[in-house]
Design a protein around this ligand. Sequence first.
Ligand code: GDP
Ligand code: IMO
Ligand code: MG
Length: 423
Amino acid sequence: MAVDVLLGLQWGDEGKGKIVDVLTRKYDIIARFQGGPNAGHTLEFEGKKHVLHTIPSGVFHEKVCNVVGNGVVIDPVIFKGELDKLIAQEPDVLSRLKISRKAHLILPSHRLLDAASEAAKGKKKIGSTLKGIGPTYMDKTGRNGLRVGDIQLDNFQDLYNNLVTKHKQLLSGYPDFTYDLSELEPTWFEAIEYLRTLDIIDSEPYVHQAIKDGRTILAEGAQGTLLDIDFGTYPFVTSSNTTCAGACTGLGVAPNRIKNVYGIFKAYCTRVGSGPFPTELFDETGETIQAQGHEFGATTGRPRRCGWLDLPALKYAIDVNGVTELMMMKADVLSGIGNLKVCTAYRYKGEVIEHLPYKLEEDLIEPIFTEVPGWDEDLTKMTSEDEFPKSFKSYIDYIEKEVGVPISLISVGPDRAQTIMRK
Ligand code: GDP
Ligand code: IMO
Ligand code: MG
């Protein structure tokens, strides 16, 4: 069997968690392939809201195995906290969770380094979630990191001490940054003890065997394409490959095993943290979208910046990922805001361009918008596309025609049930 991939096409928070949960009944295995507790994936059903950070979003389905892949970085403390909450509602959850031996560990000193580095950047800060993501991936590529498999070794404490010594040296380069590591370590080691009791596996052979056995696998991405370390708005990005290639390296899946690539996007754009955002709105319309869309970060609670849909960016994301099906989220939020704008090109250094340039900084580029009719109808109770207002249908047709990929699913609200599969 092949592996399908689901990922975000914008700056994260597109609604990936909701759709993984919706699609899970079609799969045997859900596998997270990158990122860590910087992610916040929200699921809503039966009147309850759940936010997952490191645990795959298939976890509420009984017969599905959830794999935390080698490309993920795990903070044991956050991981344990997440599981404690889940177990209270789903006592069997541990029987459906497997963790890759090769996933890297976030140490308390990684979080300190993240905080120190961000504070030192001042106005140029990335707006990191301060979960230690950057420093942990730096240690991974720098070949210094600790992996989940290391906690099963006799010399784990030595490995830990060696890495922390390096981190203390690095922290001494930030003389204004004060910290107390000894306050953080006991909880971290408690969580490591807990992690040792979980199902730690060699995840690549597990995935390979599952493919051979004909089991169906959905790879779940975190963040979004424009936050990708290579293809995002560098340096205002995260530190992993959030794109389809990340599913290959983050799970050990060969490229020719990937079949469907589901690209999730909002009917508008949002971004949390710093960095360029060409279609950002600074007016009342932006505030209305933020309020109606409850656009506040699921991990940090920070307000999300809001703006119009950006077609050059969306097309780029579709190409980088080889998206086969699009899924459009949150169009219900746009009801009643009047005519909509869609960015179709940029004015860049005096020229009109339709691709994403090297830098998206606002002093260099200006978005060119087309105006399309909006709609006033409430979409949230609609259950079939036949009920959609004419101008919403036109909006869907327009996007499909522009980007050349079908939109197979429309989400009209946060609940699992508010999902319309298109014919
Ligand atoms: P993720 O990180 O991609 O999983 O997305 P988040 O969970 O961070 O953010 C998406 C937010 O939008 C969550 O609060 C969801 O409950 C909510 N949401 C998802 N789909 C829809 C939708 O179609 N309409 C509305 N109004 N909210 C949605
Ligand atoms: P999900 O999976 C939105 C952003 C941060 C910051 C930048 C770098 O929920 O879509 P990091 O902590 O990774 O060093 O932060 O990336 N960011 C996200 N924005 N959704 C996310 O995840 C994000 N994960 C990181 O705000 O700008
Ligand atoms: Mg999120």
